[in-house]
Write a protein that binds this ligand. Structure first.
Ligand SMILES: Nc1nc2c(c(=O)[nH]1)N[C@H]1C(S)=C(S)[C@@H](COP(=O)(O)OP(=O)(O)OC[C@H]3O[C@@H](n4cnc5c(=O)[nH]c(N)nc54)[C@H](O)[C@@H]3O)O[C@H]1N2
Ligand SMILES: Nc1nc2c(c(=O)[nH]1)N[C@H]1C(S)=C(S)[C@@H](COP(=O)(O)OP(=O)(O)OC[C@H]3O[C@@H](n4cnc5c(=O)[nH]c(N)nc54)[C@H](O)[C@@H]3O)O[C@H]1N2
Ligand code: SF4
Ligand SMILES: [Mo]
Length: 738
């Protein structure tokens, strides 16, 4: 490791370390260490592209040295969830975990163990990875499918293109003549550290930039020439109407369609209304989306004629009921305009650009004994290679609470009896938190590896204190697919009586009688082995010394370049070998909510559903600028930058007598949360936003004073896997004022 000396008195060492939560980034932090304590951070000032930390990473001292850090192992003494614990030794704590694991395995089998692996640490050595390996060696466990981040985009991406590798190198946006940012807010969500710098350059060179979002986000404010507010959940209608404009005016790239796609005629029949008598015109879409027909028509014409153009369809609108349809409609629009496989174009889809690793959820083969031999679940794209593991032994993450409560009797693959929680604020971060509380209470045993007493850790029977990035070493790949790695050198010793997840696994494995794999190796030696398995880490020492390894690509990534330049030798990885506007693999599922072509469909919590009479406001639960999910929620500095509040339009506020800053209740049949109102025209009428990740904190009446969005969201998913997190209907009223 490089220990740069820069200060005159020579007692400060600069250690290259980093930050790798599931935050849209993974950045370089250089810790200035004095007397065993980090006194300040700086970030990457090196060669371009700079992997510069955001406001959260720069505030990291507030997290490491937070007074509420978990300091020693805890055992529950009160009722589960009550939050009463006693201090125990590591030996006592781990003896109990080992005893319970063995007991549950013996009584119910390994599938009764639910492994709640969260996103808190994205390093390759620590966090859930070693715990998963241990549980696998112990005979296996039940895990989730349906990643809340992107299951809808992933499904649609696989169905259309047969892959999730659909992005271009970020700086290729400089070749675009039009950039459409659809439900995408990288000014807050980062989406790899060089994205914002690139977008600023795109704007500077005068490229037209359009944003489609119910909110006037920081991204709209910073980059967009035009903001098109749209009713949540209606995006598919607008995209299909844009296709109507393009096809009815003959603006499609017919040569591209003829050569590279299947199913155009079928889609055309739907779009033009030949199939059902309803032409999907901009007027049709206006009544659904609230976007003026003329705006839709103009954007459709622009997108088809200003080439090359990049349509970037973010994941927020897909984290919603029938989100798959929005993604499929976006992918198909990219296809109709021939903006695929060319510089300055963009295929949308899942959007991974560069990758040295396997696909998102790994290959379909599983080494987890609980999953071996399980047939594919219905409505999975099991005939395709890559994508989500289709094992029917997995439970959709939106359904875990229900599965805990109902088990096999409710149609699930197993009866869950214990939760092993690592790097996850599971109860807080999954839909229908109140149900989650009941579900966790119903289990026989809960163990949690955490850094703080989160709302989920409170439900632990044993809570094990974990150290942070700077107290151990790790390597992290980028968040989505930029070509670089960061190396997090240990900068200070573990605080208090904390340990890394790896150290815990080593101690616990002994107690479980499991073979001691790699047990005699130092962190650095294991990291060397991890690096050796990557074909693109050619200089481990440099990575370790600089804290970052930037991989120089021979040429920028343009997804599907080979398929487009040389289709005979490079088919698409779909079953037909072409881009599937109509997808037979979907057709054969025979599910009305998984049509073979993208369609606009309604659902029971849509703006026009009967429920909207009782709950007239559409709730968004977006990703908050100053936290990664629920991480950093407890950091006061960041709370000050952007306080947690429900965004509401002045029109909706006025009729409810709601003023700026006043406490309000947001509620529906699933629960009630209490938080301040932010009255702002930055959100369109009829829509409110409570960013996800505030910590659940119910009072004696069950009112959540923390303002946790998932108290209100529905624990449901669309057949392709999309979560309904942006599809909840709510009402708002003044809270009882003190
Ligand atoms: N600061 C910060 N950055 C993060 C994270 C974080 O927690 N905080 N989390 C990271 C992770 S793990 C992920 S998965 C990504 C998530 O990245 P995204 O899914 O892209 O983030 P969101 O904020 O949920 O949604 C993006 C935008 O979609 C808009 N939107 C929501 N519903 C609709 C709709 O129906 N139609 C349209 N047109 N727009 C809609 C929202 O208003 C929001 O501005 O972010 C990553 N980056
Ligand atoms: N309503 C709604 N809900 C959402 C979303 C949404 O858009 N709307 N977004 C969803 C998305 S995209 C995601 S990815 C999930 C994320 O949900 P989670 O994966 O639960 O993420 P966090 O809330 O950040 O919780 C991570 C926890 O890991 C802990 N941690 C950090 N480092 C370590 C470590 O090294 N070891 C251990 N053991 N613990 C560590 C942190 O203290 C933190 O409490 O949330 C989802 N929830
Ligand atoms: S929170 Fe994410 S984007 Fe911000 S500094 Fe840390 S790794 Fe980078
Ligand atoms: Mo995510």
């Amino acid at each position: 490791m490089s220990k740069e000396k820069r200060y005159p008195d020579d007692d400060v060492t600069i250690v290259p370390t980093g930050c790798c939560h599931d935050c849209g980034g993974r950045c370089v932090l250089r810790a200035h260490v004095k007397g065993g304590k980090i006194v300040r951070f700086e970030t990457d000032n090196g060669e371009a592209p700079q992997i510069r930390a955001c406001l959260r990473g720069r505030a990291y001292r507030q997290r490491i040295y937070h007074p509420d850090r978990l300091k020693y192992p805890l055992r529950r003494v009160g009722e589960r969830g009550e939050g009463k614990f006693e201090r125990v030794t590591w030996d006592e704590a781990l003896d109990e975990v080992a005893y319970r694991l063995k007991q549950i395995k013996e009584a119910y089998g390994n599938s009764a163990i639910f492994f709640a692996m969260g996103s808190g640490n994205q390093g390759m050595l620590h966090g859930p990875i070693p715990v998963g390996a241990m549980l696998q060696a112990f005979g296996g466990f039940t895990r989730i499918w349906g990643v809340s981040s992107y299951e809808g985009p992933l499904f649609a991406s696989m169905a259309t293109y047969g892959t999730i590798g659909t992005g271009n190198s970020r700086d290729d946006l400089l070749n675009s003549r039009l950039v459409i940012m659809w439900g995408w807010n990288p000014a807050n969500t980062i989406w790899d550290p060089e994205t914002n710098f690139t977008l600023a350059r795109v704007k500077e060179q005068g490229t037209r930039m359009v944003a489609v979002d119910p909110r006037y986000t920081d991204t709209v404010a910073t980059y967009a020439h035009q903001w098109i507010p749209i009713r949540p959940g209606s995006d598919a209608a607008m995209l299909i109407a844009m296709a109507h404009v393009i096809v009815s005016e003959g603006l499609q790239d017919q040569a591209f369609i003829d050569r590279y796609t299947v199913g155009f005629e079928r889609y055309k029949a739907y779009v033009l209304g030949h199939e059902d008598g309803v032409p999907k015109t901009p007027q049709w879409a206006e009544s659904i989306t609230t976007v003026p027909a003329e705006t839709i028509a103009t954007l459709g014409r622009e997108y088809a004629t200003i080439k090359p153009a990049a349509l970037i369809a973010g994941w927020g609108p897909a984290r919603a009921a029938l989100g798959e349809q929005y993604c499929r409609a976006a992918n198909v629009l990219c296809t109709l305009t021939g903006n695929i496989g060319i510089p300055g174009g963009y295929a949308s889809g899942f959007m991974r650009a560069y990758s040295s690793r396997e696909t998102a959820s790994g290959s379909h083969g599983s080494k987890n004994p609980v999953e071996q031999g399980a047939p594919p679940r219905p409505y999975s794209l099991h005939k395709l290679r890559g994508g989500t593991n289709p094992s029917s032994a997995r439970i959709h993450s939106a359904k875990v609470f229900d599965a805990m409560l109902r088990g096999r009797a409710g149609g699930y693959s197993t009866d869950l009896k214990m939760a092993y929680v690592v790097a996850s604020n599971f109860i807080n971060q999954h839909s229908n938190t109140n149900k989650g509380v009941e579900a966790f209470k119903a289990l026989e045993f809960v163990v949690v590896h955490e850094q703080f007493m989160t709302p989920t850790a409170k439900f632990g029977d044993i809570v094990l204190p974990v150290n942070t990035f700077m107290e151990r070493s790790d390597i992290a790949p980028p968040w989505l697919g930029s070509p670089y790695y960061i190396y997090l050198n240990k900068a200070v010793d573990s605080m208090y009586d904390t340990k890394s997840d790896l150290e815990i696994v080593r101690m616990l494995s002994k107690k479980l009688g499991l073979p001691a794999k790699l047990a005699d190796l130092e962190e650095e030696q294991i990291l060397k082995r991890i690096a050796a398995r990557r074909n693109d880490i050619d200089d481990f020492e440099k990575l370790q010394k600089n804290g970052v390894l930037k991989i120089k690509l021979k040429q920028p990534v343009i997804s599907f370049k080979e398929q487009v330049n040389d289709p005979e030798n490079h088919p698409f990885s779909t079953l037909s070998g072409k881009i599937e506007i109509e997808c037979d693999h979907l057709a054969e599922m025979e599910h009305p909510l998984i049509p073979s072509i993208p369609r606009y469909l309604t659902h029971e919590e849509g703006y026009d559903s009967p429920l909207s009479r009782k709950y007239p406001l559409q709730l968004l639960t977006t990703h908050h600028k100053t936290r990664a999910h629920s991480t950093w929620y407890n950091v006061a500095w960041l709370r000050e930058v952007e306080p947690h509040a429900v965004w509401i339009n002045p029109k909706d506020a006025e009729i409810r007598r709601i003023r700026e800053g006043i406490l309000v209740d947001v509620f529906n049949d699933r629960g009630r949360i209490r938080l301040p109102a932010k009255v702002t025209e930055r959100i369109m009428p009829g829509v409110v936003n409570v960013s996800q990740g505030a910590w659940y904190d119910p009072d004696e009446n069950g009112v959540d004073r923390g303002g946790c969005a998932n108290v209100l969201t529905e624990d449901a998913h669309s057949p392709g896997g999309a979560h309904h997190m942006n599809s909840a209907l709510v009402q708002i009223e003044l809270a009882p004022q003190k």
